[in-house]
Design a protein around this ligand. Structure first.
Ligand code: NAD
Length: 502
């Protein structure tokens, strides 16, 4: 066992008011190691009472935390980043165990990214700004106060559990809110470690609370809770729609980060070798379970054949294996159910498209895990399921296009709009793509990198609102207009509209 989850969370898997407690739903959930299919950790799921207790703790902590100075919150977040750095190895191992991510990915991406995010928000906490004050009416001084919203209820998916916890918790608390986060049932471990680290750093009890429960039970209760002022949800578009419906009943502030089906557009002047490498890395990172993963490559006709050949050959060099082994490039999918879902997409596509490489589960030592071979599909029509639906696995579809207009039109032709890339050495073509592709992020000659200073969020049915960066404060704060009368007169000028000239 690479991370002793059962011993680590012996006191329970709910983190409420600064301590671990047992969930009271009466139901348990087994976290399965997806690399081996064996049980790694069993925990008691949160019930609605646990959600109520967590919301009450967050509510109680709110006056103190929102009343702290930006400098005090910033100091606490700096200490938080240092504690996370001390626990980096433990965090990486826990994340690799519950997700099946190769240790090199968790060590080089998930954990350092989370620490950097924490350090970023430690700085950003001191830069919450409103507009300047002024005498806009002539008779008053107006200014804007930027204030926290209250208790935030957040729900996260299983694909990057640690980073998703960080993306939800950090801007919320940096802005002075308190939070209750519900991670996905499959992946509770690193959210709990993250919250424990917050406490170790001296962030007051109740500011960060974690309820690990079922979406339909704990999730829906949290979204509908009258004492929760805002819902921030990252997950599938289908569940996001349900969450939006529930949140509407109490008119909550809503932030939705939903699914994606990122296009990867290769113009005929692109460096085809760079594009093929970028497509394979962009499609396979985190075993394709990435909302921004390259999923649909559109390649201009002159480069199409060479791109397909190179991409297939590169995919075959990627080494599947034990997430904890140093030579492993790609781990399993999150679960056997997810592996079967991905396999079913590819199997259905065989009736209308061609599988160039992959399209199968590996044998040998890997047969017990939730592994699936890197898969390249061609000849699929634009309107087909494999081109239009989010698969969330190591599957790339490649389609040809003729004119630049057609390439961009096809790239925009799904309900999603989270991320996209365009590949070209012509600055005018590349710049046009950044304007015309409808997505929250467009990369030029790369695909995947993110950075704490820059926003992440969707267009279209990929949602609205931003994670990371100073832009995320727009979600987690509300602005108040304050207006001071400067005249000190009893009958103001505007009172004529009520009293006439009397
Ligand atoms: P999911 O929608 O099934 O679940 C997400 C979370 O919602 C989980 O915590 C789950 O327990 C909870 N949930 C489920 N039903 C619920 C309900 N009725 N009420 C309240 N909560 C409920 O998504 P997933 O399978 O965990 O994650 C994969 C999805 O997440 C993909 O669609 C992916 O694109 C998306 N995602 C998006 C981003 C982004 O930034 N836009 C980032 C990561 C993942």
């Amino acid at each position: 066992m690479q991370f002793p989850a059962q011993e680590r969370f012996a006191a329970g898997a709910q983190f409420i008011a600064g301590r671990l407690t047992q969930g009271t739903s009466g139901a348990t959930h087994a976290v399965i190691d997806p690399a081996t299919g064996t049980e790694a950790y069993t925990y008691e799921l949160a019930g609605t009472d646990d959600v109520d207790a967590a919301v009450a703790a967050a509510r109680e902590a709110f006056p103190g935390w929102s009343g702290a100075t930006p400098g005090e919150r910033s100091d606490a977040l700096h200490r938080f980043a240092a504690v996370l750095a001390d626990h980096a190895d433990e965090l990486a191992r826990a994340e690799s165990l519950q997700c099946g991510k190769p240790l090199k990915l968790t060590r080089e991406f998930d954990v350092p990214g989370t620490i950097d995010n924490t350090a970023f928000f430690a700085g950003a906490a001191r830069h919450l700004q409103g507009q300047s004050a002024g005498e806009y009416s002539g008779d008053h001084t107006s200014y804007v106060r930027r204030e926290p919203i209250g208790v935030v209820g957040s729900i996260a998916p299983w694909n990057y559990p640690l980073q998703m916890a960080a993306w939800k918790i950090l801007p919320a608390i940096a802005a002075g809110n308190t939070i209750v986060l519900k991670p996905a049932e499959l992946t509770p471990l690193t959210s709990l470690l993250f919250a424990e680290a917050a406490t170790e750093a001296g962030i007051p009890d109740g500011v960060v609370n974690i309820v690990t429960g079922a979406g339909r039970v704990a999730g829906e209760h949290l979204v509908g809770h009258p004492d929760v002022a805002m819902t921030s949800f990252t997950g599938s578009t289908a569940v996001g729609k349900r969450v939006a419906e529930i949140a509407t009943a109490t008119v909550k502030r809503l932030h939705l980060e939903l699914g994606g089906k990122a296009p990867f557009v290769v113009f005929d002047d692109a460096d085809v070798e760079a594009a093929a490498n970028g497509a394979v890395a962009g499609a396979l990172i985190n075993t394709g379970q990435d909302c921004t993963a390259a999923t649909r490559a559109y390649v201009q006709r002159p480069l199409y054949e060479e791109f397909v050949e190179r991409t297939a050959a590169l995919m075959e060099t990627v080494r599947l294996g034990d997430p904890f082994a140093p030579g492993t490039d790609l781990g399993p999918l999150i679960s056997h159910a997810q592996r079967d879902r991905v396999a079913a997409f590819v199997d259905r596509a065989r009736s209308y498209a061609r599988v160039v490489t992959g399209g199968d589960v590996p044998g040998g030592d890997l047969a017990k895990g939730a592994y699936y071979l890197p898969t390249l599909v061609v000849d699929a029509p634009q309107g087909s399921e494999i081109v239009q639906s989010e698969i969330f696995g190591p599957v790339l579809v490649v389609l040809p296009f003729e004119t630049d207009e057609e390439g961009i039109r096809l790239a925009n032709d799904t309900p999603y709009g989270l991320a996209a890339s365009a590949w070209s050495r012509d600055v005018y073509r590349a710049n046009r793509a950044t304007r015309e592709i409808k997505a929250g992020c467009v990369w030029i000659n790369d695909h995947i990198p993110i950075i704490s200073e820059m926003p992440h969020g969707g267009y279209k049915q990929s949602g609205f609102g931003k994670d990371m960066s100073a832009y995320s404060f727009e979600e987690y704060t509300q602005i108040k207009h304050v207006m001071f009368d400067n005249t000190a007169v009893i009958r103001k000028n505007w009172h004529r509209t009520v009293f006439g000239d009397r």
